[in-house]
Design a protein around this ligand. Structure first.
Ligand SMILES: Cc1ncc(COP(=O)(O)O)c(C=O)c1O
Length: 414
């Protein structure tokens, strides 16, 4: 279904958000979208890095990359990891897929809500997924003792946690995570997905990657797309003891990493201070953003150590309507969480962005609130309507002309 120039139908299929490419194509007019949906570091790579990549683009695209073992060795050198304990792949999603194929035999426990592939992947291959529901009343905090008791009661053979978790950004201190994995040494596998851990500032060394390398059944997963702000390149890695890491590495195709990934792996050591600075700026923005969102009456903002904030909308607000409103009227792309298991449409996830973008978001939400209460017409506010007026005429008694209220599905199964 089209609304303004944006194809809102793109937002209503599947468990994941549409790509920014697909949305831009649907708009067709080159108007940029401000992306609050895809959790990417906005301060990295630096413009210098992009310029260097652009300068070498022709040879990067023309030639085969080195094989994945060589690229992995370089990454290990840069990050100070033992190469036998690392397997590198085309995004951590590829590793989730192979962990499922190779190491999840019958059942896996996972707290929900979380990243959809952790529930969908094993379900797609016929495994039993034991879902441990996190509670809104606890701010979605994960109690590891209760989770261990749940794993024991279900007899799950594999256990997963995401630290920080997506979509709430909940964080567990390193010592608690170690206690957790050490309580489960009899399981086939314990996975700690640390895809967002570089954004944590609550602890100086929050990762258990070095500990995973010397444990019998622990895998730590890292995504490089989020922290390096390069989702499109698709790279991530895991750390585990040499037997597990070797098993996964041997299964992966020889040239599963592309030349852009190889180029970036060779660049990052020269930009370490810029990278650290990008994380510092992001942590600052996270505080400012939570503060700024406090201007929206009735909005609940959950504490996060990730590069996103989960919010609960005020009573009477619809996440689907608000998402469509922000996109069609303000060009702001947000993640509505109704299609995540364990969430409802009352929840949105906002990627942390610089303050000037957050002001646009807050103004958009305040305008939506006024509109809901009948105080303004959505098509008339200043700065509004960048993407055209809705095709539905607005009547005073028809204050919700958005597709979500007109019978379109608001949530899929997960
Ligand atoms: C917790 C978690 N793990 C893994 C991934 C996948 O990351 P990648 O882009 O490296 O495949 C995501 C993506 O959002 C995620 O939220």
């Amino acid at each position: 279904m089209r609304h303004g120039n944006v194809d809102l139908g793109l937002l209503r299929t599947g468990a994941h958000s549409p790509s920014v490419f697909a949305l831009n194509r649907s708009m067709g007019d080159g108007t940029p979208i401000v992306d609050f949906c895809i959790p990417c570091n906005p301060y990295f790579p630096t413009p210098d890095m992009f310029a260097a990549l652009a300068q070498n683009l022709e040879s990067i695209l023309k030639y085969y990359p080195s094989d994945s073992a060589e690229i992995t060795n370089k990454l290990c050198g840069v990050l100070g990891l033992h190469q036998k304990t690392v397997a590198m792949a085309n995004g951590s999603t590829e590793l989730i897929t192979w962990l499922d194929h190779l190491m999840i035999k019958e059942s896996v426990a996972i707290p929900i809500p979380t990243f959809g592939r952790w529930t969908d992947q094993p379900l797609e291959t016929g495994k039993r997924v034991d879902m441990f529901p996190l509670q809104e009343a606890d701010g979605y905090a994960l109690d590891l003792e209760e989770y261990v008791a749940f794993i024991r009661s279900r007899g799950s053979r594999v256990a997963v946690i995401c630290n920080p978790n997506n979509p709430d950004g909940g964080f567990l201190p390193r010592r608690e995570v170690l206690r957790f994995v050490d309580a489960l040494t009899d399981l086939d596998l314990v996975v700690v997905d640390e895809s967002f851990i570089d954004f944590v500032e609550a602890e100086r060394q929050p990762s258990i990657a070095p500990d995973a390398a010397i444990r019998p059944n622990v895998v730590v997963l890292k995504s490089l797309g989020k922290n390096f702000g390069l989702h499109g390149i698709r790279f991530g890695y895991l750390v585990a003891n040499p037997q597990i890491a070797g098993k996964i590495a041997k299964t992966l195709p020889k040239w599963n990493l592309n030349s852009l990934a190889e180029t970036v792996v060779h660049m990052i050591q020269d930009y370490e201070s810029e990278y650290r600075e990008s994380l510092r700026l992001l942590a600052r923005d996270r505080y400012q953003m939570a503060d700024e969102l406090g201007r929206v009456p009735g909005l609940t903002v959950f504490p996060s150590q990730g590069n996103f904030l989960l919010v609960k909308l005020p009573p009477g607000w619809s996440g689907v309507d608000l998402r469509d409103y922000l996109l069609t009227r303000r060009g702001l792309f947000v993640r509505e969480c109704g299609n995540k298991l364990g969430m409802t449409s009352q929840f949105l996830r906002f990627v942390v962005r610089p303050q000037q973008d957050v002001r646009l978001l807050v103004e958009g939400m305040l305008a939506y609130g006024r509109y809901l209460h009948g105080e303004s017409s959505p098509s008339l506010s200043a700065g509004d309507d960048r993407y055209g007026t809705p095709s539905t005429a607005l009547e005073p008694d028809n204050l919700i002309p958005y597709p979500g209220r007109r019978g379109l599905a608001t949530a899929t199964a997960n």
